[in-house]
Design a protein around this ligand. Structure first.
Ligand SMILES: *Cc1c(COP(=O)(O)O)cnc(C)c1O
Length: 381
């Protein structure tokens, strides 16, 4: 089945009792048993819920995965992955990591004897030099936030296989519509479902997909033991959101492309970061591993100041100033003062997060209106 057909149909079967076309919201905590221990596969809803099971099937199929597990947030999913490790184990993570993952690794799991190294993963030979006998896992993102860097996923997974490391890819930015890391050799794919998969800015959720029965069993055990599972109402909302993922992504990509090109020509803009540009550092890799280039764009202003960025961010009407991304509505953010405020200024500027850098999550509105909105806001830069 092709992607759009899977998005509409996978995981969903008409309700056997009524024929209801949509999976019901099984708002229940427990299930009645015929005799002690005799049930229909559902004993207690922390372990399994039919609405969640339908969603897990749907989400897994979009990543060409044998297994999918949903969590109460993207961070809940990431937490379960790190719990596969033991004290003494080491993780190599990309140095341009989602801030919440960085915080959890350094402020929570570092206290449990797990060591995290943040390294540039563009150069695979340099990456290999960081691998020690204690290294257990590679953790990558592509494209990265907010600099839209592209890593060679197949290259990283080959290195992981060579050294018997688990390779985890946070595929939140790309979504399964644009790239499928499991097909490129990853062991686990992570999603903040909160973003594009949910797509409507109304749910916090995470997911893990894998083709390994053994990893799935371990992760499902952790999920049930530790309990970061989503409720049936949220599962239903994402089941509904998934049905239009391909339509939304198509428009996010079209709008993103038009806005990236418009920004690049604008006299107030110094630099635009978007993997679809032919002169993007890793455009060739992006073209190889992605089907299109998405609707996430960052750009720096000619007047590289906090004040200029604030004037622009305050002047947009359709682009709401907010954290998060991947919803139908367009958002604008200022990484230096919002998502990346905790990084010291010198370090943040070294990675490209300058004072004026703005990040867009381009929504699915009519692109003419979005361009008009940005144009009038940039006049104030
Ligand atoms: C938002 C996000 C997360 C965390 O997901 P939550 O659902 O907010 O917990 C992880 N990785 C990336 C890339 C994200 O954008």
């Amino acid at each position: 089945m092709k992607f759009g057909t899977k998005a509409v149909h996978e995981g969903i079967t008409p309700d056997p009792t009524t024929g209801a076309i949509m999976t019901p919201i099984y708002q229940t905590s427990t299930y009645v048993q015929e005799a002690p221990g005799q049930h229909k596969g559902y004993a207690y809803a922390r372990g399994k819920n039919p609405t969640r099971v339908a969603l897990e099937r749907g989400i897994a199929s979009l990543e060409n995965a044998r297994h999918g597990l949903c969590f109460s947030s993207g961070m809940g999913a990431a937490d379960a992955v790190i719990k596969l490790l033991r004290p003494g184990d080491e993780v190599l993570a990309t140095d341009d990591l989602y801030g919440g993952s960085y915080r959890m690794f350094t402020k929570v799991f570092a206290h449990f004897g797990i060591t995290f190294h943040f390294v540039d993963m563009h150069d695979l030979q340099a990456l290999e030099k960081h691998i020690t006998p204690a290294t257990r896992m590679l953790w990558l993102e592509s494209p990265t936030n907010p600099m839209m860097k592209i890593l060679d996923i197949a290259g990283c997974t080959a290195l992981a296989r060579k050294h018997k490391l688990l390779c985890v890819v946070d595929n939140t930015f790309a979504t399964p519509y644009l790239q499928n890391p499991l097909d490129l050799g990853a062991d686990i794919v992570l999603h903040s479902v909160t973003k594009y998969l949910g797509g409507h800015s109304d749910v916090i959720m995470g997911a893990l997909m894998t083709n390994s029965d053994e990893l799935h069993e371990k992760l499902a055990f952790i999920a049930n033991s530790c309990g970061a599972v989503p409720g049936p109402m949220d599962s239903f909302l994402v089941l509904r959101g998934l049905k239009t993922l391909h339509l939304r992504m198509q428009r996010h990509c079209e709008n993103g492309k038009a806005i990236a090109h418009m920004l690049r020509k604008h006299p107030k803009v110094a630099k635009v970061y978007w993997p679809g540009f032919e002169d993007h550092d890793n455009h060739a890799v992006a073209k190889k591993q992605m089907r299109d280039f998405g609707g996430m764009i960052s750009f720096a202003l000619r007047e590289d100041s906090f004040e200029a960025a604030t004037r622009v961010a305050k002047a947009t009407h359709l682009f709401y100033l907010a954290e998060s991304l991947g919803g139908v509505e367009s958002l604008i953010g200022h990484p230096a003062s919002m998502t990346h405020a905790s990084i010291p200024r010198e370090e943040r500027i070294k990675t490209g997060i300058t004072d004026s850098l703005l990040r867009l999550s381009v929504g699915v509105e009519d692109v003419e209106d979005l361009i008009e909105d940005l144009t009038q806001a940039l006049d104030k830069a």
